[in-house]
Design a protein around this ligand. Structure first.
Ligand SMILES: [Zn+2]
Length: 143
């Protein structure tokens, strides 16, 4: 079953994890760093979040995810933060972000809805074909 992205964002466990990731990425005019992770669904339908290891400044090093699954759970979405709010920084997903999702060979699972990008104001969704839409207000999701 494909879950609507809004329903994934509304899940209390997901919301708490996104909020924590946002805070840990130290949002501000500068000095923030991206945090991210996978949103997983087990066979009972419960959602959980597996955070990525911290990368360098803007580069997150992704763990392997064969067949769009991790540890027997389906990857239903992924996310990363755009914590820097200074004018030098793009708030919306970058071309690199879009390409990374579109061209990821192991993020092509039937249940994968795309990657959420959390900025100060908006939450964006990069769909598996690399399209971007605004999906909500960060205040509602990351607090
Ligand atoms: Zn990005």
């Amino acid at each position: 079953m494909i879950q609507h992205p809004i329903l994934i964002l509304n899940d209390p466990a997901v919301r708490a994890a996104l909020k924590q990731a946002w805070q840990e990425s130290k949002p501000g005019v500068s000095g923030g760093h991206e945090e991210g992770g996978f949103i997983l669904r087990d066979t009972a339908g419960n959602l959980s979040v597996a955070r990525w290891p911290k990368g360098a400044q803007d580069t997150i090093i992704l763990p392997p995810r064969p067949n769009c699954r991790i540890g027997g759970k389906d990857i239903v979405a992924s996310f990363h933060t755009h914590p820097n709010t200074g004018s030098d920084y793009l708030q919306e997903p970058s071309e690199t972000d879009k390409r990374a999702i579109r061209d990821a060979p192991d993020l092509k699972g039937a249940f994968y809805v795309g990657e959420f990008v959390i900025s100060m104001d908006k939450v964006y969704l990069i769909t598996p074909n690399g399209q971007v839409s605004e999906i909500g207000n960060s205040r509602d999701i990351a607090g």
